[in-house]
Design a protein around this ligand. Structure first.
Ligand code: FDA
Length: 306
């Protein structure tokens, strides 16, 4: 989508840099985007967010695990987090990444782990979302969602990315379901080839608006996840013009990003969710945040050499 983003993501994947960053820990600057390394940190910040009129979307960091043991351990960690969320005011939300539950090993394994988490989430009155990862995982993630919905787990949802060329078809596929699943709409954060994703940002932004319009008309709850203020204002305007009730939209932003916008939306009595990662495996998430904004990279470099 942009040379800057591709470059940062490519450099971030370089082994020696990965090791150096992990040694330096959250002090490297990741603490701005991550609640902390422990579950207690995530729950503490979730309470702080609730006090500030927002709700947390808790996320246990970790992705692309490559062994069944690691996937099982991640599932245990996510299950523990779901139960800990039961003490936080509603709405309670948790996000998981299919590859942390073993999607890279098999769809069946990830489905088994998701099914367990869906049951835990129902017990704890937590709404559970599967993040959308890179394009080879999209089909399997949608299939897992469809299976869980067929089994009655309507509190489970997923994400669609406007940069992917396939997304309008995926949206129609979800809108055809009864009930329509909740949906988080994002621009997309991974490094994708032009064969599957729009390389030009203006096309990604235009696609987002078109998808949003269709999703608002589609009858389900739409989570508008972005820091693009013009886009969020557009979403409010279209929602109101279409007569969609406010309860059918929320605005979701990342922890540590666009604070002024977060505060403004709360003041307007919008439902504001803050994606709140915690855990020791923060490097991949952190790299994507740096890739989104040169100022974030400058901040890290200043903290290292300043
Ligand atoms: P855009 O990139 O156009 O940025 C708009 C403005 O926001 C920028 O001008 C800048 O000022 C500010 N901004 C954006 N990113 C920033 C940052 N990191 N730091 C500081 N300022 C920043 N992606 C994905 O592929 N799968 C997923 O499941 C999710 N889930 C998800 C949940 C939530 C709650 C959010 C907010 C985002 C995601 N994403 C995601 C990430 C998403 O795809 C996208 O990469 C980021 O949101 C950045 O794009 P924006 O929509 O903010 O717009």
């Amino acid at each position: 989508m942009s040379t800057y983003r591709d470059m940062v993501l490519a450099i971030a994947g370089w082994g020696p840099l990965t090791r150096f960053a992990r040694q330096r820990g959250l002090a490297l600057g990741a603490g701005r985007f991550v609640a902390g390394e422990r579950l207690e940190d995530g729950i503490r910040v979730a309470h702080e967010l609730a006090d500030a009129g927002r709700h947390a979307i808790l996320d246990l960091l970790g992705e692309f695990v490559d062994s069944e043991e690691a996937a099982a351990a991640m599932t245990d960690g996510a299950s523990e987090a779901i139960h800990a969320l039961a003490g936080v005011p509603e709405p309670r939300r948790m996000s998981v990444k299919p590859t942390q539950l073993g999607l890279g090993i098999s769809t069946e394994l990830a489905l088994t782990h998701m099914r367990r988490l869906a049951r835990d989430a129902a017990e704890a009155k937590v709404l559970l979302c599967m993040d959308m990862e890179d394009h080879p995982r999209v089909e399997a993630t949608l299939e897992i969602l469809e299976t869980l919905h067929d089994e009655g787990h309507h509190h489970v949802s997923t994400v669609l990315q406007s940069y992917l060329r396939r997304t309008p078809y995926d949206l129609e596929r979800l809108l055809a379901r009864d009930p329509v699943p909740e949906l988080r709409l994002v621009k997309g954060a991974y490094r994708e080839p032009a064969s599957v994703a729009f390389p030009v940002k203006a096309d990604v932004d235009r696609a987002y608006r078109e998808l949003l319009e269709r999703a608002l008309q589609g009858g389900g709850t739409v989570h508008v996840a972005s820091h693009d203020e013009a886009l969020l204002r557009y979403a409010q305007q279209r929602r109101d013009a279409l007569g969609v009730p406010r309860e059918r939209t929320t605005f979701q932003l990342l922890y540590g990003v666009a604070q002024r916008l977060q505060t403004a939306l709360v003041a307007e009595e919008e439902s504001v969710g803050i994606y709140l990662p915690f855990g020791s495996d923060w490097y991949g998430y952190f790299s994507r945040r740096l890739a989104e904004r040169p100022a974030n990279l400058a901040f890290v470099l200043r903290s290292l050499f300043g």
